[in-house]
Design a protein around this ligand. Structure first.
Ligand code: ACO
Length: 333
């Protein structure tokens, strides 16, 4: 069975409540209709109920009537959420007046619903930038215990089945943290290993990428990856992590054997960890566009609750897929 079909079946087995704060956006509302029809998750829509129902009627989305709709301007739980916001960020200077305005903003309301236990996960970003989706999530939901940095992984489904595990690989960080330190990069590698196991079922073989393989180049940027590899290996001795490797040495067996003889990961990697966001974001988009790969994600990792951000260029089916992944992450939370 294909990965996305397996993920949808898993989501159906224990339905979770996923909040969509961009409910008046067309692809989002169409995806909500499909998620409800497919019994993948219980959907909470944030937006003006009249506009949502009018759009649903116009676009012939018959399942939207089964969603829970929360109007950000007439929310019966407003004062409860405002109190919670003040508990979390009062010490950082948030005032009652500011909180009362923020809670009418759908992206803030969505994370407060999660924080208060009224939703299990969120998918947004079809209509808002990554920063605007992530900032309230960082501020109120925060990271998992023991995790300092949130990052974003893509499950890459390649046409060429020689790479990774039958053409499936995981790339990170492609979405969140621009310039990680060695410690943060190590954390990203460990989180990506865990995401790989949880979402794809693959046993991760993690390559820490650089422009150098095993000392072939000397530079402070290489030193960072070498240091991150050591830290990641100490943090997660149960995971197979190796670096520093160039991309060809990581994924092509003949080149891996030549440049990193004796390595169990060189030439066999199914997880690529990039040294910066710049590299990761450019690499996944090039592989997606030039090699025709399907890029599923980004799956955000390290957040205390599953919150996932879409690219604004996403399709309706990208949203359905990410809702299913978010629901599976919520089952594991
Ligand atoms: N993990 C965990 N917490 C974080 C992270 C992180 N990676 N980054 C910031 N935070 C926290 C901070 O600790 C801070 O918390 P505090 O207010 O409680 O102290 C809070 O978030 C805000 O921190 P800032 O440093 O002010 O963060 P800022 O809002 O400037 O930036 C952001 C965060 C928006 C994620 C920024 O790093 C960013 O823009 N990243 C790039 C996102 C992007 O554009 N990706 C590419 C597109 S996605 C795609 O193509 C699929």
């Amino acid at each position: 069975m294909e990965l996305l079909d397996r993920i949808k079946l898993q989501a159906q087995s224990d339905k979770k409540r996923i909040v969509l704060p961009e409910a008046t956006e067309e692809r989002t509302l169409r995806a909500a209709d499909e998620v409800i029809a497919g019994n993948i998750a219980d959907i909470i829509l944030i937006g003006d109920p009249n506009v949502i129902m009018q759009n649903a009627k116009e676009w012939k989305l018959e399942n939207i009537a089964k969603a829970t709709i929360v109007d950000p301007n007439q929310n019966p739980k407003k004062s409860q959420y405002v109190d919670l916001m003040l508990q979390i960020r009062g010490a950082k200077g948030l005032t009652q007046e500011q909180a009362e305005i923020l809670i009418t903003q759908p992206l803030c309301l969505a994370v407060m619903m999660i924080k208060a236990g009224d939703a299990d996960g969120e998918v947004a970003g079809a209509d808002n930038s990554t920063g605007d989706v992530l900032r309230p999530a960082f501020q109120y939901v925060k990271t998992k215990p023991g995790v300092k940095v949130v990052s974003g992984a893509f499950i890459m489904i390649l046409k060429d089945k020689h790479f990774g595990d039958n053409g499936m690989m995981v790339f990170a960080d492609c979405a969140v943290h621009p310039n990680p330190t060695a410690e943060e990069l190590a954390q990203i590698a460990v989180s990506t290993g865990e995401t790989t196991k949880a979402i794809t079922g693959m046993e991760p073989r993690i390559a820490m990428l650089s422009f150098s393989t095993k000392g072939s180049a000397k530079h402070e940027m290489v030193d960072k990856v070498v240091e991150a590899t050591k830290i990641a290996q100490q943090m997660a001795p149960h995971l197979q992590i190796e670096g520093e490797l160039q991309a060809d040495a990581a994924i092509v067996p003949g080149i891996g054997a030549k440049k990193a003889p004796g390595s169990k990961i060189a030439g066999q990697a199914n997880v690529l960890v990039f040294p910066t966001l710049e590299v990761g974001n450019i690499a996944y988009k090039l592989v997606q566009r030039m090699a025709g790969a399907e890029a599923v994600g980004p799956v955000l990792q390290g957040m205390a609750a599953p919150i996932n951000d879409l690219s604004r260029g996403c399709s309706m089916s990208d949203i359905v897929n990410l809702v299913a992944i978010t629901a599976c992450q919520a089952q594991l939370a």
